[in-house]
Design a protein around this ligand. Sequence first.
Ligand code: TYD
Length: 213
Amino acid sequence: MNESTNKGFLLTLEGGEGGGKTTQIVRLKDRLFKEGKDVVVLREPGGTVISEQIRDVVLSSKNIGIAFTAEVLLFQAARAQIYREIVLPSLEAGKIVIMDRSRDSSVVYQGMVRGFGKDMIEKLNDLSTRDTYPDATFLLDLPAEIGLQRRQESGKLDRLDMEGNEFHFKIRKAYLELAESDTTGRWQVIDASKSLEEVEAALWKKTKQVLGL
Ligand code: TYD
């Protein structure tokens, strides 16, 4: 049950590039549907008409000149919109909301790696989400070089995928640090270097645990 709304359940999937979050979320949603659960699946940045427009601006490989402060605020703008339009009403209605990235992506990418600091980003996250935290967060962890290789093979590179290897090494390290420093118990680390089927099975096991199924 979500602590902010006292209803629903917010599950987020996090991690660096090429960890298979998007594929796994589809499989997880199908399994939950089969259990008769009311599930909403969303991605950030995006998920609403307005947030998808912001996504185009912030991720376009044409926009390499974007100021890092603008990047911080665009991710937050997309987040404010999706929480107001979909996430908060869905939680209020008692639904399970599964998100492909949310507030922790900003903590890691903009706060810890770009250097804006966790505190500043968490203040903005609180504003955008109206103080909503995930009930559970699964970190799909894998070595950055494997993730990047998978991403290159898929041929779909956005502006952040095109950052150098060093950037992606830092992202992995920052996620692990964040998960390890967690005192709430909401983080679970999943080894995403394994096969799709193995990762799917691990995710399902953990999802059943957190939802009490
Ligand atoms: P996406 O194609 O959704 O990435 P992935 O498949 O890797 O999840 O692109 C999202 C990109 O935006 C990804 O590189 C992470 C980045 N990002 C941030 O830097 N900050 C944020 O707050 C969010 C939500 C995403």
